[in-house]
Design a protein around this ligand. Structure first.
Ligand code: AMP
Ligand code: ZN
Length: 114
């Protein structure tokens, strides 16, 4: 999956400032931030989207959520709150076909989302 943009970030072929990294997850700032805090949390393994996850990926999902908790503490938004967004497929506007969680914080978010 070397053509995949986020796999290339995982392999350090494209630079991204890692805010969090462990053996299965990496997180970095979104290039087009939609909030004062806009971090992308991705599995190092290529999984295209939520619908591509299998039951063997349960620990991967758990690791992503663990990373989100660590980032929320590190970025000082644990108490103020944050929004997690995972786009899956065309109607959601998924642009990069490598599973990613948007961690958004630092402002109030409206509901329903746009
Ligand atoms: P989505 O629309 O959910 O697929 O989100 C893809 C996100 O990836 C967008 O918010 C983009 O701004 C972001 N993005 C695209 N290329 C890069 C990159 N090289 N580094 C960081 N974020 C990126
Ligand atoms: Zn990928």
């Amino acid at each position: 999956m070397s053509a995949c943009l986020f796999c290339r970030i995982v392999k350090k072929e494209i630079p991204a400032n890692a805010l969090y990294e462990d053996e299965s997850v990496i997180a970095f700032n979104d290039v087009n931030p939609q909030a004062p805090v806009h971090v992308l949390v991705i599995p190092k393994e290529h999984v295209a989207r939520v619908m591509a996850l299998s039951s063997e990926d349960l620990s991967l999902v758990s690791s992503i959520h663990r990373a989100v908790q660590e980032l929320a503490k590190k970025l000082g938004v644990r108490e103020s709150g944050f929004r997690l967004v995972v786009n899956n497929g065309p109607d959601a506007g998924q642009a990069v076909d490598h599973l990613h969680y948007h961690l958004l914080a630092g402002r109030k978010f409206g509901w329903p989302p746009g």
